[in-house]
Each structure stands twice: as C-alpha cells, then as structure tokens.
Design a protein around this ligand. Structure first.
Ligand SMILES: Cc1cc2nc3c(=O)[nH]c(=O)nc-3n(C[C@H](O)[C@H](O)[C@H](O)COP(=O)(O)O)c2cc1C
Length: 204
C-alpha cells in the first residue's frame, strides 16, 4: 500500500472477523516496530504474544482485570465527565468491548519496555523511554494496517497483575496490550483534521 494510504486507513479496530493472522504478517509488523527511533539508542522493547487461550483469559480477566462496561447507565455516568460529544461517542463504543476485544482477537500482543520507577522520574526527559516505545507501537500499527490488519492500543491503568502473570522481569513496564486481526468491517477513514488551525510558523 502507498504510505499515505496506510496512514489514512490505520484506524482503531475492536472487532475482528476471526481469520487467523499469518505468522509472516505478525513478524513483519514487529520487525517494523524494532526499526523505530528511540532515546539514547536504547531499544528495551520486548513483545509477548498471548496465544494460548486459557493463559490469555487468565491474563486478561484475572490479572489485568479488564472488563466490559455494558450497563448503559454506568456508561452514561462514565462519559458525563467529558464535554466533547465525539469523545463521549468513542467511550460509548469502546467501554462495552474492552475485555471482549482482547479475548476474541486472533492475536494479542503485549508491548513491554524498560522505565525507571516513575517516582524517581523528575523531568519529562526521563520519560523518553515511554515516548520511544510509542514510536515502536505506531510502526507496528502502521505495518499491520499495510497488511490489512488492525487493532487497538489498550493502555492498562494498573499492569502489576499482568506483569506478574506474564513473568515480565523487574524494571519493565507494559506500554500497551494490543488485540489485532482482520477487521470485522473495513475501517472508515477519519475526518481530515484542520492543519491550519494547528500550524504555527516561527512562534505560536
Ligand atoms: C496512548 C493511547 C491509549 C489508548 N488507550 C485505549 C484503551 O485503553 N482502550 C481503547 O479501547 N482504545 C484506546 N486507545 C485508542 C483510541 O481510543 C483511538 O486511537 C482514538 O479514539 C482515535 O481513533 P483512531 O485510532 O481510529 O484514529 C488508545 C490510543 C492511544 C494512542
């Protein structure tokens, strides 16, 4: 696919059509991730693919405690904190499937990276490993999109249980848990953002 098309077509996808993902496609996406830039040449990134269904269920349900919020009243209480209608719509769509998307996806990828304890970070500069791992993740998502594969970058509020269940070594954090596969329905291109409203030349 042409680069611009890949960028336009990459959309968050939470429902999959159930087809297995070819191993070569998974490897190609992760290889693209490893080509991302990183702070101080430190690519501390590690990938865990959760393929065994029982282990995945334990990791997602018992360890990560991801849950689907399906009660409409609870969802409305949750979205009430946002003023923006579009943001409310994103949460109304996504809250009911946070656990389901991870259990149903043909592949579930956990992306880990090294970060010193947050309490010891005193400057934003020290969060560069976090910035870097997201460059890796975006490369992965774009390489997936290029192959007709899509997913969702779920960010755990508390990943302690998941790290323990996956035996992630001390010093590593979980950046995202990413269900991916072929989409149930083709992703729709997002509306174009107004660049001129955001672009400043020489000063803001
Ligand atoms: C850092 C980050 C964290 C996110 N966390 C979640 C999440 O926990 N659950 C979820 O369903 N989607 C999550 N998303 C997906 C966003 O909702 C989605 O990217 C956003 O609505 C824009 O839609 P698009 O990806 O289709 O352009 C996350 C995305 C990013 C970049």
């Amino acid at each position: 696919m042409e680069f611009g098309e890949v960028v336009r077509l990459r959309r968050t996808t939470r429902e999959f059509d159930g087809r297995a993902v070819p191993e070569a496609a998974v490897r190609r996406a992760l290889e693209a991730g490893l080509r991302a830039p990183c702070n101080a040449h430190l690519k501390s990134w590690q990938f865990v693919l959760l393929r065994d269904r029982d282990r995945r269920r334990l990791a997602v349900v018992a360890a990560l405690k991801a849950r689907d919020m399906t009660d409409p009243a609870e969802i409305e209480r949750f979205v009430a904190r946002f003023a923006d209608e579009e943001l409310k719509a994103v949460y109304r769509r996504s809250l009911p499937v946070q656990q389901a998307m991870m259990l149903a996806a043909p592949e579930l990828l956990v992306v880990c990276y090294k970060l010193k304890p947050l309490a010891e970070c005193r400057t934003l500069f020290e969060l560069n490993p976090l910035a870097s791992v997201w460059m890796c993740i975006e490369n992965v998502m774009l390489a997936l999109a290029d192959q007709g594969l899509f997913g969702c970058t779920y960010t755990p509020y508390d990943a302690a249980g998941l790290k323990e269940a996956l035996r992630v070594p001390a010093g590593y954090e979980v950046a995202a848990v990413i269900p991916f596969g072929f989409p149930k329905t083709p992703p729709v291109e997002a509306e174009r953002e107004d660049l001129d409203a955001r672009l400043h030349v020489d000063a803001w």
